[in-house]
Design a protein around this ligand. Sequence first.
Ligand SMILES: Cc1cc2nc3c(=O)[nH]c(=O)nc-3n(C[C@H](O)[C@H](O)[C@H](O)COP(=O)(O)O)c2cc1C
Length: 186
Amino acid sequence: MRINLPLEKCWKMLNHGPVTLITSAHDHKTNVMAASWATPLDYDPPKLLLVLDANAYTRRLVDASGEFGVQIPKRRIAEQTVAVGQSSGRDCDKFSRFGLKSFAAQKIAAPILEECVAWLECRVIPDATQRYDLFIAEVIASYVDSKLFHDNQWDFGTDPLDRTMHYISNGEFFATGERFAVPTLE
Ligand SMILES: Cc1cc2nc3c(=O)[nH]c(=O)nc-3n(C[C@H](O)[C@H](O)[C@H](O)COP(=O)(O)O)c2cc1C
């Protein structure tokens, strides 16, 4: 059976790619927010797409600096991931409020977060359209937790708190699940 899905709910069908945390910095201010709407766009040079709401404080910092960090959080910081998606850096320092530890990025001014499986440092491509709050950015540095990604493969091991998360809504996630393979065409 197929049932019609109200159009205003159709985003939910694609929402559960890995949730990301977006860090930003400008003029001695730093911030972090949650973002589900991030996707790869190109291999070489690597680019990605990100939707950044015009009302987010992050948007102001990214518009001003032309840079942002994308991190893929572990389940260990699920609660903080939702919290930074429900509060604004306009009102508080979310790093200290939610106990998020960070370290210096390689190529951008935005801080980079601990307790993530992968990190992408991005520079906004300025002439790309922002008409729909859509940002196209080039990835200028990327690194991963070698315990969880090695030999070009994910290996999430046995600790469930090391898994990536896929946001549904209202504080609910799926955790990345079982790996399986099918024969491929050569
Ligand atoms: C799990 C989750 C995913 C989110 N995904 C996005 C997103 O892709 N794009 C966006 O603009 N806002 C997204 N939001 C909302 C922002 O994180 C939220 O507006 C946040 O308060 C902005 O913070 P800021 O004002 O400090 O930048 C998401 C929120 C949650 C909880």
